[in-house]
Design a protein around this ligand. Structure first.
Ligand SMILES: NC(=O)c1ccc[n+]([C@@H]2O[C@H](COP(=O)([O-])OP(=O)(O)OC[C@H]3O[C@@H](n4cnc5c(N)ncnc54)[C@H](OP(=O)(O)O)[C@@H]3O)[C@@H](O)[C@H]2O)c1
Length: 276
């Protein structure tokens, strides 16, 4: 029986509400995904972040189907890969088939891939996909301010979210302000910098003060900034640890100390040059 927790939600445009916390399944191999997602759902996760490129949509769908949760209780995101930007609707339909669902809750353009110059066209496709009911909300990922401006100017439609690399070593202050100005919700990918921030002395000191783990401190920092997060873990005890962050708070000073760790460090590609 899946456990129910009180996870905060954030409202997106169009009467859609997103759980602020979920599970990311990047680099979870297909043969481990069913078990991974099933464990997460059992311990209270209701939001799964996958992508066509992760090649595990089918196993996410199987885990959802075999759980005792209804589709309406879950929030599922998937993403359009760069080479599919010319055919967003057909590609989304393929993802829906793999996920065994009639709709996703959020569909994202995975990267702008500016070298291909197709992301405006792709965005028009996502706008149409939402009209057709294939996705409840639409957004983008890895878009810089200039990419956001171009798609909004071309269509008049603002993405509900922008999913960007964001963690204490890459705090994305400027882009977060751009999001706030435009009413875009910030989703933080690699929220733990794939583990690279967990030994930082500032993080470990704050963790000791709260009697929490470094991972919990970093995830709590994201929640207090208003970011949506979905850490990836294939370790059952960490899956449980990561969601156990809703019964304590950081002080304003602690939030600022973590923010001050920014060093512009990317763990992934630069969106201005990555065309994948
Ligand atoms: N849009 C994009 O371009 C993009 C790019 C990258 C990621 N994402 C999304 O963001 C999600 C998360 O990002 P990510 O997977 O790159 O990195 P992450 O969540 O920052 O870190 C995952 C790594 O941290 C370890 N870990 C997890 N919880 C931990 C804890 N409590 N203590 C210590 N180590 C812990 C995991 O190890 P174990 O698995 O061994 O436990 C794994 O090696 C992805 O799954 C995906 O959904 C999106």
């Amino acid at each position: 029986m899946a456990k129910t927790l009180d996870i905060p939600h954030i409202d997106l445009a169009g009467d859609v509400s997103i759980p602020q916390f979920g599970l990311g399944v990047f680099q979870v191999p297909p043969d481990k995904t069913f078990e991974n997602v099933t464990h997460a759902l059992n311990v209270g996760y209701r939001h799964i972040d996958t992508a066509r490129a992760y090649q595990n949509e089918a196993q996410v769908g199987q885990a959802v189907k075999s759980s005792d949760l209804s589709r309406e209780e879950l929030f599922i995101t998937t993403k359009l890969w760069n080479s599919d930007q010319v055919k967003p609707i057909d590609t989304l339909k393929q993802s829906l088939k793999l996920l065994e669902t009639e709709y996703v809750d959020l569909y994202l353009i995975h990267w702008p891939a500016p070298g291909h110059d197709l992301y405006v066209q792709a965005w028009e496709g996502l706008v149409e996909a939402q009209k057709q009911g294939l996705t409840r909300a639409i957004g983008v990922s890895n878009f810089q301010a200039e990419h956001l401006r171009k798609i909004i100017d071309a269509t008049g439609v603002t993405p509900a979210v922008n999913q960007i690399e964001l963690h204490p070593y890459l705090t994305q202050h400027g882009l977060r302000r751009e999001h706030a100005d435009r009413g875009i919700v910030t989703e933080a990918w690699s929220p733990l910098a794939q583990g690279a921030v967990l030994d930082d002395p500032v993080i470990t000191e704050i963790a000791s003060a709260h009697n929490r783990t470094p991972g919990q401190i970093v995830l709590r920092w994201h929640i207090e900034l208003g970011n949506v997060v979905f850490p990836k873990s294939m370790t059952p005890s960490r899956i449980e640890e990561n969601i156990d962050i809703f019964d304590f708070e950081l002080s304003a000073e602690e939030v600022e100390r973590i923010e001050a760790l920014d060093r512009g460090m990317r763990t992934g590609p630069d969106p201005d040059t990555f065309n994948g």
